[in-house]
Design a protein around this ligand. Structure first.
Ligand code: FES
Length: 364
């Protein structure tokens, strides 16, 4: 049986009546048809160019944070995310427009009527399978894609580049190896609280909105039941605008300093091996939720629970910030603190475990 006969037979077997099946371009090679073809090819080409621009931006655009004082560097850095979003967005959009236009201009606008038939729940038999394959092949041919080489080439390019971009996106995370130096403060296992040399003093500072306005924290600054977000500060960075800015912006640096009410502090259950991490009634925990890394800082002093607003995990501050509700499964890491001889709070050392969400190399 020829394909046309199979198509017709398939329709009859399925009770389908073709009411209208016009060829959108009955006369081949007209100027209008060529114009439609060029327009579609142009959209595919735009998709390809935008996809290439996305990959180039992902690899070459300066993504390292630059402080506002370095005007030019900061300007380009601030455009990194928009550049990725715009190029990927234009690529997807152009590809979609091209596919829609092709469907509208070149796929026959078929009108068919079919009686409802579920084949009594039985699977398709051989003739059904053959006729459906014939229908698919017929649709492919009637779409005329086979003879439109310009559209085929640009569509392949556009879809290919976009596919490459979507592969490049997850691979990009591997370009910078976070394990190149596991002892570096920039590795996943450490934070900006890590001492850069033995004996270095790392103070707790509050955010005043101005990185140069250094406001250190004394134990008496917090009332019972109070909470404050603090960041690391070292004297060696006092006049270093870049370092000050990085310390405030680095995503794993924020720490919640909490003063429990004394009657609550007496009930605290401390984590094994971390019995001396607090200073009196002052406890410091990472602010980064162990679920997927939102800032968890809704501290409710009546219940001594900390709520993460993203997915409602709750952490019990009377039990080493262990999760008691919601999707988080690990306690918030605790920062060991004490008071320096000058009366200000300092970190004794870095967290002893990675902060934030789990990742596959984590042991716990
Ligand atoms: S990120 Fe905190 S609960 Fe999901």
């Amino acid at each position: 049986m020829s394909r046309d006969e199979l198509v017709e037979l398939g329709g009859q077997l399925d009770g389908v009546e073709l009411v209208n099946y016009p060829d959108p371009w009955p006369v081949e090679g007209t100027r209008a048809e060529k114009r439609a073809q060029r327009t579609i090819a142009l959209w595919f080409a735009i998709s390809a160019v935008a996809g290439l621009a996305f990959i180039a931006a992902l690899i070459f655009w300066p993504s390292e944070y630059a402080p506002p004082s370095e005007e030019s560097a900061h300007f380009w850095y601030s455009l990194y995310t928009p550049a990725l979003g715009v190029t990927l967005g234009v690529s997807v959009l152009a590809l979609s427009v091209a596919v829609l236009l092709y469907t509208k201009r070149f796929i026959p606008d078929e009108l068919a009527v079919q009686q409802r038939n579920d084949n009594m729940g039985k699977g398709s038999d051989k003739i059904d399978r053959e006729t459906i394959l014939a229908h698919l092949a017929d649709s492919g041919e009637r779409s005329t894609i086979a003879r439109r080489s310009m559209i085929k080439r640009t569509a392949g390019l556009g879809a290919g580049v976009l596919g490459l971009g979507t592969v490049a996106l997850p691979l990009a995370g591997f370009i910078k190896d976070p394990w190149a130096n596991p002892e570096s403060k920039d590795s996943l296992a450490h934070t900006g609280w890590k001492k850069q040399y033995p004996g270095e003093i790392v103070y707790l500072r509050r955010s005043t909105g101005n990185p140069h306005d250094i406001s250190l924290v004394r134990p008496e600054d917090l009332d019972a039941g109070g909470m404050e977000t603090v960041f690391p500060f070292r004297e060696s960075e006092r006049d270093d605008e870049h370092a000050l800015s990085v310390a405030m912006k680095r995503s794993d640096n924020p720490v919640m300093l909490i003063r429990l009410r004394s009657e609550d502090a007496e009930q605290v259950v401390k984590r094994q091996g971390q019995e001396d991490f607090n200073y009196g009634t002052l406890f410091a925990y990472s602010k980064i939720c162990t679920h997927v890394g939102c800032p968890a800082s809704l501290y409710e002093q009546q219940t001594n629970r900390l709520l993460c607003p993203c997915h409602q995990s709750q952490f019990d501050m009377l039990q080493y910030a262990k999760p008691v509700f919601g999707p988080a499964t690990r306690a918030l890491p605790q920062l060991p603190i004490t008071v320096h001889t000058d009366g200000y709070l300092i970190a004794r050392h870095d967290f002893i475990e990675p902060i934030g969400p789990a990742y596959w190399e984590r042991k716990s």
